[in-house]
Ligand binder design. Structure first.
Ligand code: FE2
Length: 396
């Protein structure tokens, strides 16, 4: 499957190459409890506000207009938690319905705020008609978001790297991140991705984490779907934060079985000496540990290097280590407003696309799947096809 030559490959920073697959402890229960508590409270307050606003402005009454929204949106957290433990069609159905309800809640919240603003500012309008129009628009936007999220686009970009080996000039890499296999997407989604990738004929494929959402999935089906992927210089993976919600080693076993090469905080040389490094999310999230890993890999600054790691964060670490290009995902581009805005505030210009931090180029994909509400509005589900070009000699 791959023509790479393996060099200097400590499997993780504590484990020599070739030893046991590194696991992890999963989510800390305390952090999970805080997240679940806060998230549930926000959902509860938002849903009550939207329900009361809807009843107030449309004149619709009855228990269903209050209880039904609460059941729908508050079902998301138990569906997510149950899904972490077991796979069942009822859990999948509850998750899908409640996640879609959350998408509608987001836009219905905006509609409610607009209704109240119009009322408070005493703007002359038929408030009932306005309310029905805005809540109707929220439903239409949600429907559009569902369709848009399922439409996989190919984004083509050329990246020029200094000291790029002759063998890689004009060749292509496919970047696929954030597949989020779980209650919404499964083996059929992987088959669609694989079919698109095989049509694009990339020379290598980089899977940038969050392959799994965190829910229990049929790993055999998923592995069989990835098996059909053909790339002459290999398919590579490093974990994302969602892949680390539980012991990640089970994913490594399944992916390795399907021919995917998991990069355990290591560097390999592809044909011609192009350096490819993969660092898992857990390790890349700890700057000191991250710096130690990259420092010990012996990255050659005289040759182009590509770092596969999930988040466009802690960027000074790879920049100091002399990495030429980092490829990441994680942000999803925010998926839809206002989260698009939030993600831009958190990650700045590195939230999406190709950007530069001094000598380090960072390419962030908006990902191919979704987390939570399975919608995208103003962002795209994408596979990025990178064409490599030579930027000339550099002694950096
Ligand atoms: Fe993700």
């Amino acid at each position: 499957m791959s023509s790479q030559e393996r060099v200097a490959v400590p499997a993780i920073d504590e484990t020599p190459a070739g030893e046991a697959v590194p696991g992890n402890d999963g989510l800390a229960p305390g952090r999970m409890a805080v997240f679940v508590g806060l998230f549930s409270l926000i959902l509860l307050l938002s849903t009550v506000f939207v329900s009361i606003s809807f009843r107030h402005f449309t004149g619709v009454s009855g228990w269903a207009s209050l209880v039904l929204p609460l059941l729908l949106t508050l079902g998301f957290v138990p569906a997510m938690l149950l899904g972490f433990r077991r796979r069942h069609p009822l859990i999948t159905a509850l998750y899908r319905v409640s996640a879609t309800a959350l998408a509608f809640l987001n836009f219905a919240l905006i509609a409610s705020i607009v209704c109240w603003l119009v009322a408070l500012l005493q703007i002359s309008a038929d408030s009932r008609l306005l309310a029905f129009s805005l809540y109707g628009l929220a439903a239409v936007v949600t429907g559009y978001g569902l369709i848009n999220a399922g439409w996989i686009r190919t984004t083509r970009i050329t990246v020029a790297l200094s000291n790029l080996p002759r063998e890689w000039r004009g060749r292509t890499l496919a970047l696929v991140s954030d597949v989020h296999l779980g209650n919404v997407r499964g083996g059929a989604f992987v088959r669609r991705i694989v079919s698109r990738l095989n049509a694009l004929k990339p020379d290598a494929v980089l899977l940038a984490g969050d392959m799994f959402d965190g829910a229990e999935v049929d790993l055999t089906t998923v592995a069989q779907a990835w098996e059909k992927l053909a790339a002459p210089h290999g398919v590579y993976f490093a974990t994302g934060n969602h892949d680390e919600f539980s012991d990640r080693s089970k994913y490594f076993t399944a992916l390795t079985r399907s021919g995917v090469r998991v990069l355990h905080n290591e560097k390999i040389d592809l044909a011609g000496g192009l350096q490819l490094i993969g660092v898992h999310d857990g390790e890349a999230g700890e700057p000191a540990r991250y710096r130690n890993i990259l420092g010990r890999l012996g990255i050659d600054r005289q040759r182009a290097s590509i770092l596969l790691t999930h988040q466009p964060s802690n960027l000074t670490v790879p920049e100091d280590a002399g990495v030429s290009l980092q490829v990441s995902g994680h942000t999803h581009g925010g998926q839809f407003w206002p989260w698009t805005h939030v993600v831009s505030r958190v990650h700045g210009r590195f939230a999406y696309g190709l950007n530069r931090l001094n000598s380090l180029q960072v390419l962030t994909s908006s990902g191919v799947g979704t987390w939570g509400p399975p919608i995208r509005v103003g962002t795209r589900s994408e596979i990025v096809l990178i064409t490599l070009a030579d930027a000339g000699q550099s002694s950096a």
